[in-house]
Design a protein around this ligand. Sequence first.
Ligand code: UDP
Length: 339
Amino acid sequence: MVVNDTIIKSILSGLDADVFEDSTILVTGGAGFLGSWLCEALINLESNVLCLDNLVSGSIDNIHHLQNKDNFEFINHDITTYFSFDKKIDYIFHLASRASPFEFSRFPIQILKANTLGTWIVLGITLKHNSKLLYTSTSEVYGDPDPSQLPLKETYNGNVNPLGERACYDEAKRAGEAFVKAYITQHDIDARIVRIFNTYGPRIKSGNLYGRVVPNFIVQSLQSKSIEIFGDGLQTRSFSFVSDTIRGIILSLIKGNSKGEVFNIGSQDEITILELANRIKSLINSNSEIKFLDAKPDDPRRRCPDITKARTILKWQPMIPLDDGLKTTIEWFKNKIVQ
Ligand code: UDP
């Protein structure tokens, strides 16, 4: 619980304690990695949180410690089917979607539905309740970017293969953005979009079915198994610790002049996957060997955001250096593996 407290404190730093007081907030995907931290932070801000999740990739383990709180309610529901609320919903954070590339080939239809139909349903709720909405999009909307466009600005239109293995996610998120934009144009709803870049931290899933690169490398290193790199390892990502990402998401909703805007939320510390493997290996003092496997199709070669817009408008920037965030995540996995 010490880790939880530290992360929540970091998310809440600089936020007004009464910003959401007594309001009702819907978080779709609230039992997921990001959603559960968001719910926990919002509970600490004295709001009433409705956590909606169908638990296909989220987990009760992420929220079970919240279920005894008076201001938290879990609703097991698939966002792609209609849902209505008796209570007035003041704010909505729409996060529901599978997000791991391992899932793209197994659940492409569900991923497309969550971000298109699911977003349409959420927009209907937004309209009915006159809520303030935040849609979580992704750096994946930039696809495999033209290197001349790096660091990526919100104005870059991206380079996405509409028939590629990642299309179900990239294109669905792009359609989700277009849906939000259409509701702003036609109904003048109070909505904004954040494009989340690679995020890691406690509660992120590991393993061959769901794992992202950071948790996979940590678990492989802790278990002295081979660290499996897809491709030559020279592809890059920029990793943001979960508390920084969640604080950015919250600020994107509450800052007065964010209506209709899109923000990149992520770290600017670009690192190769090979360098990441070595970093994790050395933090753990692991004797794992590094193994190179076939590259994944359409794997973006480089990814790094330009966060000038978030810095300027939201006064947000990442605070947790990669090594510190990795150490916290490693400790969390050590405890999880021992359990
Ligand atoms: N990756 C890897 N080994 C893994 C998982 C991922 O080498 O076990 C690579 C993957 O091919 C990609 C990068 O790490 O180049 C980031 O992958 P991740 O799934 O974390 O996120 P995304 O590709 O969506 O940025």
